[in-house]
Design a protein around this ligand. Structure first.
Ligand code: SF4
Length: 297
């Protein structure tokens, strides 16, 4: 059996560290015989660039009877690096800057692999870098594509609707560069249950929510809001899981119109603005929810 390797195959073996012994040139053969030899002995063709099959190249290209071709000591295999790490310890004791830094560097779930930015939240900035003390905390589900790019929650059309809802009750999204408009308050912090975007805007995975929850809990402890508005199913489930039995089985509509508690803070549940963009008829219910929340204050 001949070891009839072409230029590309030799280059592949060289990359793998396989040294080839070059046999003496075979005696000339008739043209037909040479064609038959190639048809029987040539290794099957592979797609260009697909170089991830362990040991297969050596098996296909080096027959057992060819002692001069040694298998490589180690064949490199391309695998995605996950790089997951435990969540930083002591989240429950962190101050605001430490919490921001912990979220920014967090690699505790697989969402860190695909995110462009972490989305900690947006609100007024306290002069000393401490957590701003706000009346309102708005909690959504997770960053979407726009939020991931901007590093800010609730941007895009859903964000505009939320801003208009807040304006209707005298609130303005706080921002480093933005002074509050006359008659408006920036006493509101906006965040999400998850701080990183699920790919393709899929629903959050329960394991991801569990990994990320301590950050939200610490945000609530440090912000000390007087009212939490939970927007959407995942925010409601996350905030009420310890106080409402089997909350996962309760439709969002049935959680509306009541005042719950999370860490002692009143919680009102409402629809997510992205849902309201598709279901205009429910905007009136969202307004009722805002009025209920405001009445508690
Ligand atoms: S989603 Fe939360 S737990 Fe997962 S990597 Fe982002 S910050 Fe960490």
């Amino acid at each position: 059996m001949s070891l009839d390797l072409d230029k590309r195959q030799r280059a592949m073996l060289r990359e793998m560290g396989v040294r080839l012994w070059q046999p003496p040139s075979p005696p000339p053969v008739a043209a037909d015989a040479a064609i038959n030899t190639v048809a029987v002995d040539a290794p099957p063709k592979r797609a260009e660039g697909r170089f991830d099959v362990e040991a297969e190249p050596a098996r296909a290209l080096a027959p057992a009877a060819a002692p001069a071709v040694r298998p490589p000591a180690q064949v490199p295999v391309a695998r995605p690096a996950t790089g997951l790490q435990p969540r930083p310890a002591g989240v429950e004791l962190m101050d605001w800057p430490a919490l921001q830094a912990a979220v920014a560097g967090c690699r505790a779930c697989a969402l860190c692999e695909s995110r462009k930015n972490t989305v900690f939240g947006i609100g007024p900035v306290a002069a000393d870098g401490a957590a701003p003390q706000v009346d309102w905390l708005i909690v959504g589900e997770a960053p979407g594509e726009n939020e991931d790019l901007a590093g800010e929650p609730f941007v895009g059309q859903a964000g505009k609707l939320l801003d208009n809802m807040l304006l209707a009750i005298g609130l303005q999204r706080g921002h480093d560069a933005a002074a509050p408009r006359a008659g408006l308050s920036t006493s509101v912090f906006i965040t999400n249950v998850l701080k990183c975007r699920p790919p393709a805007n899929r629903n959050p995975d329960p394991a991801e929510v569990a990994q990320c929850e301590p950050y939200l809990k610490r945000q609530v402890e440090l912000l000390q809001p007087k009212m939490i508005l939970a927007l959407g199913k995942f925010a409601a489930q996350s905030l009420l899981q310890d106080s409402v039995p089997e909350v996962q089985k309760i439709p969002l509509g049935k959680l509306r119109g009541q005042v719950f508690r999370y860490l002692g803070v009143p919680v009102v549940v409402s629809y997510h603005p992205a849902y309201l963009l598709r279901s205009l008829g429910d905007k009136a219910k969202a307004w009722d929810d805002l009025c209920l929340a405001q009445a508690q204050l």
